[in-house]
Ligand binder design. Structure first.
Ligand code: AMP
Length: 330
């Protein structure tokens, strides 16, 4: 049975059950009723990190320009009183083929639709947009993947030599799908995790240069497990032993952050982070201190962010923090 039929069948089963107060929409037409929404774009396999974005969207944080729940008063639920802002929360779930490289894990990316819909409902989403490839890419996914390679990209997607260097086609695909989701949903706010800091900067710059002044991009803090590991859909691939290795990322961030706060030079900080990564049996892709806006080497006035990527076998892990961020523990 083709995947789409299976998915449709499952959706019908679920909709007959407990999700009656949340709509699952499949087409651009259906989604057009949610124009002006708060949008949370995801690839599914949802966890507490995603849940925090949905809750932030529910609170409509961007109206107060902060992500701590302020701005709640002028939010009304769908169908609320006419003098209140009436904005729905829409979560999109789409595993975007154009942002995966040929050697990456598109085929094995976790897909957990039933559980995802429950989580969205529990977090107060009004609708979940679950498009098929042709709804997002009417020209076909293959043509779209070629087009993504020549898309004009903002500087943060090409200059830092971080994710852009390690995953050359990635940000073309990300910008392409996010642009398309913005066209279809016409959101007023869109919520992204700081966990993917470079992605957040790329999308912010993309929106700034498009002069879509009505759209606010809202960053949401990274949600971590109790041991400090940043939550990720890919963590479910980690065995308990592998998790212990993966903790090298947050430990490297803690060590780097402490050294920078103590006034240590950048070179030494980066060397220390690389040393911690190696000590955890991880293969380092980068461990750097950068200006958190441009993602280029810091200048005197820069707010500095530490960014790390490393591999554990086939599993690729990333993490980052602002210097002095107490949320990474230690
Ligand atoms: P993904 O489904 O991995 O494409 O992620 C969808 C959104 O959730 C992106 O904006 C991610 O940055 C965000 N996200 C993923 N993991 C976390 C996390 N641990 N904390 C906060 N946001 C996250």
């Amino acid at each position: 049975m083709p995947e789409i039929e299976t998915q449709e069948y499952r959706l019908n089963l679920i909709l007959d059950g407990s999700l009656k107060n949340m709509e699952v929409v499949r087409t651009a037409d259906e989604l057009s009723r949610y124009h002006g929404c708060e949008l949370v774009p995801t690839m599914g396999a949802l966890h507490e990190g995603h849940a925090s974005l949905i809750r932030a969207a529910r609170r409509g944080n961007h109206r107060a320009g902060q992500a701590d729940g302020a701005g709640t008063q002028d939010r009304g639920p769908r169908g609320g009183a006419p003098d209140r802002v009436n904005t729905s929360v829409v979560v999109s779930i789409f595993v975007n083929p154009t942002q995966f490289g040929p050697q990456e894990d598109l085929a094995s990316y976790p897909r957990t639709l039933e559980a995802d819909l429950q989580l969205c409902r529990d977090c107060g989403a009004d609708a979940v947009f679950v498009p098929d490839d042709l709804t997002i890419y009417p020209e076909g996914a293959q043509s779209a993947a070629s087009a993504a390679l020549s898309l004009p990209l903002p500087p943060s997607a090409t200059q830092p030599r971080l994710e852009d260097a390690c995953r050359p086609a990635h940000f073309g695909g990300v910008c392409q799908v996010v642009k398309r989701l913005f066209e279809l949903a016409a959101p007023r706010g869109a919520y992204f995790g700081e966990k993917d800091w470079q992605q957040f900067r790329v999308i912010s710059q993309m929106v700034e240069s498009s002069r879509r002044t009505e759209l606010v991009i809202v960053p949401c803090p990274t949600v971590r497990d109790a041991d400090g590991l940043a939550m990720s859909s890919r963590n479910r691939y980690l065995t308990e032993e592998a998790r212990e290795h993966a903790l090298g990322l947050v430990r490297a961030l803690r060590a780097g952050s402490a050294l920078l706060e103590a006034g240590e030079q950048l070179q030494a900080v980066q060397a220390k982070m690389a040393e911690v990564i190696a000590a955890h049996g991880l293969s380092l892709e980068y461990a750097v201190a950068r200006d958190q806006e441009s993602l280029l080497p810091p200048r005197n006035q820069s707010r500095v962010r530490l960014l790390i990527a490393a591999k554990l076998g086939k599993v690729r892990l990333i993490d980052n923090c602002e210097v002095g961020d107490r949320a990474i523990g230690g």
